[in-house]
Ligand binder design. Structure first.
Ligand code: 13P
Length: 231
C-alpha cells in the first residue's frame, strides 16, 4: 500500500511534524510530493520525498525544469510525471510524459505516472481509448519497470469532491493493469471519509491525495486506512 500526498503549489504541513506522526503508522509506504522549495526540508525530516515533475535530460538549457540527477543529489527518491494539471495547463503530451518517466527510472528514481480521462472523454465513451493511448506510450518507453507505479486520476474527480465510486475505481484499475501490470494508486478527492472503501478494492494499491494531504490529521487518517485495508 502506497499513500502519496501531492501538495501541488501549496506549502503543505511542517515536514518534521508530519514525519513524527507518520513514524507511528506501519504497513504503508507514505510519500510526500512537495513543491521544489520544500524538497530539501522533507528529505531532511526523513520523509520519502518525490518531486512533482522531472526532465528527461540530465542538464541543459531547459528553464524552469529540474533533472533526475539533481533530485537524486538532494536525496529525493522519485517523481510524479504526467499529472493532469501538467497535461491540462502546461501542454504536457503523452510522449513527453513517457520520456520523463523513462529518464527518471533509468537514473534510479521511482516514478508515479498519472493517467486518467476528462469528464468529456468519459461522457463520449472514450475513456478506454484515452487510457489505452496514455499507457501504451508509457509502456513503450519504460516497459514493465519495477520502479514504475501508476496513478489513475480521473480528471473530473480532482479537486471537485466528486470521488469515483469504489466500483468504478476498481473497474478502471483492473483495465489499467490489463494494459500495464504495475501497482495503481487512485487519485481524485480522496478524503478520510471515503479512503477505506476505495482502498478495500483489490486493484486499488494505494492513493494519490491532493487537498487532504495538506493537513497532517487527514493525511494520517488516509495512511491509517491504507494500512488497515491490507491487514
Ligand atoms: P484532490 O485530492 O485534491 O482531488 O487532488 C487529487 C490529485 O490531483 C492528486 O495528485
Amino acid at each position: 500500500m502506497i499513500v502519496a500526498g501531492n501538495w501541488k503549489m501549496f506549502a503543505g504541513p511542517d515536514p518534521r511534524m508530519l514525519a513524527e506522526r507518520l513514524a507511528g503508522v506501519d504497513g504503508v509506504d507514505a510519500i510526500v510530493c512537495p513543491p521544489y522549495t520544500e524538497l530539501a526540508a522533507c528529505v531532511e525530516a526523513g520523509l520519502t520525498t518525490y518531486a512533482q515533475n522531472v526532465h528527461w535530460e540530465p542538464e541543459g538549457a531547459y528553464t524552469g525544469e529540474i533533472s533526475a540527477p539533481m533530485l537524486l543529489a538532494l536525496g529525493v527518491r522519485g517523481a510524479l510525471v504526467g499529472h493532469s494539471e501538467r497535461r491540462q495547463y502546461f501542454g504536457e503530451t503523452d510522449a513527453a510524459v513517457a520520456r520523463r518517466a523513462r529518464a527518471a527510472l533509468a537514473a534510479g528514481l521511482g516514478v508515479i505516472a498519472c493517467v486518467g480521462e476528462t469528464q468529456e472523454e468519459r461522457d463520449s465513451g472514450d475513456m478506454e481509448t484515452v487510457l489505452r493511448v496514455q499507457l501504451a506510450v508509457i509502456r513503450e518507453e519504460c516497459g514493465i519497470d519495477d520502479g514504475l507505479v501508476l496513478a489513475y486520476e480521473p480528471v473530473w474527480a480532482i479537486g471537485t469532491g466528486q470521488v469515483a465510486t469504489p466500483e468504478l475505481a476498481q473497474e478502471a484499475h483492473a483495465f489499467i493493469k490489463s494494459l500495464l501490470d504495475r501497482p495503481v494508486l487512485y487519485g481524485g478527492s480522496v478524503k478520510p471519509g471515503n479512503a477505506a472503501e476505495l482502498l478495500a478494492q483489490p486493484d486499488v494499491d494505494g492513493a494519490l491525495v491532493g487537498g487532504a494531504s495538506l493537513e497532517i490529521d487527514s493525511f494520517l487518517s488516509i495512511c491509517e486506512a491504507a494500512a488497515r485495508s491490507r491487514s
